[in-house]
Write a protein that binds this ligand. Structure first.
Ligand code: NAD
Length: 508
């Protein structure tokens, strides 16, 4: 699915930039909340400006939901759950409904791709080829499971029968970030809906547009009213009200580790709702001296610069054996120079804008701090295309980074790769694992023994060997340590959105 290397430039096959720009200027994105099957203005009529990071244009005035709106959405979701129209639906009908939902996402591919690109600044080619198709595929993947899951019967003595049934939790809150708004929303809502829950989705304030449209499409496809609701708004207001709500049974959160910790606090201070967390990362790419350097450079460059480095599992921290570090950095820079930075509506663009001005300043601040701590800028480092009014930053490599430097330890979430050296395998493992995060890791070696030793030793939810960022819905995704708990994707995701009930009966 969202495989950066596999998606690297082929002939652009979408519309030319002028056509996208024409569609963009005609677009009038919906900004209202979606609650109980209806588009609603927020109580009190408060809105916020949703600004495009491409040129600073206001795309829509979006509902700024507060506690009252959240409460309304949770009540609609609870009513739908208790009413049972979705929860007790014949699994084959639930499958058909979700498949229709996926089909509508595919039908509106261009419209959704445009919303995603305008809202978050990612290249239109990626929205068209990766984000929207992946969202549709995710809904269809879980739809297909609806009539293929069986419950269990436990071994018991004769005269007794113990059924172990998987049941929905009730009302699930999905709180998601801005980097892959559609993909991450569907990673949550598709398994949650398949399990029979109702969902209240809170998109990030930077990227509310595709979520609102998604809920409309689900409703059109036949989801009963209240089964899928969207409450746009800020984290502190809508997000917190949702995570603290006493009638939410579970929060599926993706975002920063800092806010992930708040989720656990809110749950503890309210109703002990379950919490599943997909949080930040600082994923190491370990390059051994026997690695195929050209392949490693290709994988590493796309592993950091895809989506401008705004990817939780970006391979942002290269640990290279000193014998090949210099050659590797040069090879990565060569690949990076082929990744076209430009206007996101140009189908030739492979690196677009960062999410907003504040984040751009934060990333630039990290580059400065890396230099101050002794790093050498081997590529990029500058803001560009400023006349556009957008947030564009060059692909950057910081080499010779001291391992204790902030840039080597903290998540930058931008197109900035740090490179540090090591002298032997033991040091590589120690440095790779010396992080509060454990989302992903990469290993580059031509020796299978080395590969096996490293994949066992690295503490990460996914370890790639001689590739990076390859994945599909069939594989679980999530982190060790402070990168989170629980897994998105694959049938394992259902464990988060359901609970086991034992039904023990005696018979004669
Ligand atoms: P964020 O933590 O700031 O926000 C995520 C969501 O939480 C947003 O919807 C936001 O409105 C909400 N939120 C913020 N403060 C809140 C509060 N006090 N109470 C309730 N909700 C609140 O993260 P972001 O800046 O949107 O996204 C970037 C982060 O997400 C990075 O750290 C990245 O690594 C992480 N991420 C992780 C994964 C993963 O699968 N592990 C995937 C994508 C992004």
């Amino acid at each position: 699915m969202w495989n950066a290397r596999g998606m690297k430039p082929q002939a652009p096959e979408t519309r030319p930039r002028e056509e996208w720009e024409r569609l963009a200027s005609a677009a009038a994105p919906e900004g209202r909340a979606f609650i109980g099957g209806e588009l609603l203005e927020p109580r009190g009529g408060r809105t916020f400006e949703d600004v495009s990071p491409i040129d600073g244009r206001v795309l829509a005035h979006v509902a700024r939901c507060g506690p009252e709106d959240v409460d309304l959405a949770v009540r609609a979701a609870r009513e739908a759950f208790e009413g049972g129209a979705w929860r007790t639906m014949d699994p084959r009908d639930r499958k058909r409904t979700l498949l229709r939902f996926a089909e509508r996402v595919r039908r509106d591919l261009e419209q959704l791709a445009l919303l995603e690109t305008l809202d978050v600044g990612k290249p239109i080619i990626d929205s068209v080829r990766v984000d929207v198709p992946s969202a549709a595929e995710c809904i269809a993947y879980y739809a297909e499971l609806a009539d293929k899951l069986y419950d269990e019967i436990a071994p018991t003595a004769p005269g007794e029968q113990a059924l172990i049934r998987r049941e929905p939790l009730g009302v699930v809150a999905a709180i998601v970030p801005w980097n892959y708004p559609l993909i991450i929303s569907t990673w949550k809502l598709a398994p949650a809906l398949l399990a029979g829950n109702s969902v209240v989705l809170k998109p990030a304030e930077q990227s509310p547009l595709s979520a609102i449209r998604l809920a409309q499409l689900g409703f059109e496809a036949g989801l009963p009213p209240g089964v899928l609701n969207v409450v746009p708004g800020s984290g502190e207001e809508a997000g917190q009200a949702l995570a603290r709500h006493a009638d939410i049974d579970m929060v599926g959160f993706t975002g920063s580790t800092e806010v992930g910790k708040l989720m656990l606090r809110y749950a503890g201070e309210s109703n002990l709702k379950r919490v599943a967390l997909e949080c930040g990362g600082k994923s190491p790419q370990v390059v051994m001296p026997d690695a195929d350097l050209e392949a490693a450079a290709e994988g590493i460059a796309w592993g950091i610069y895809y989506n401008s480095g705004e990817t939780c599992h970006a391979g942002s921290r290269v640990l290279a054996h000193e014998a090949i570090r210099h050659d590797l950095v040069e090879a990565i820079a060569r690949v990076a120079r082929t990744i076209t930075l430009g206007h996101p509506l140009d189908p030739g663009t492979r690196m677009g804008a960062l999410i907003d001005e504040r984040h751009t300043q934060r990333v630039l601040g990290y580059i400065e701090s890396g230099i101050a701590e002794g790093a050498r800028v081997a590529l990029g480092g500058r803001r560009v295309l400023q006349e556009s009014g957008g947030c564009f930053l060059e692909a950057t490599i910081l080499d010779e980074v001291p391992v204790g430097a902030r840039v080597a330890r903290e998540e930058i979430f931008g197109p900035v790769l740090t490179v540090s050296g090591f002298r032997d395998e033991a040091e590589a493992i120690r440095l790779a694992n010396d992080s509060p995060y454990g989302l992903a890791a990469g290993v580059w070696t031509t020796n299978m023994n080395t590969a096996h030793r490293l994949t066992s030793a690295l503490r990460a939810g996914t370890v790639w060997v001689n590739t990076y960022d390859r994945s599909s819905l069939a594989t679980p995704f999530g982190g060790f340590k402070q990168s989170g708990s629980g897994r998105d994707r694959s049938p394992h995701a259902l464990e988060k959105y359901s609970d086991l009930k034992t039904i023990w009966s005696a018979y004669q």
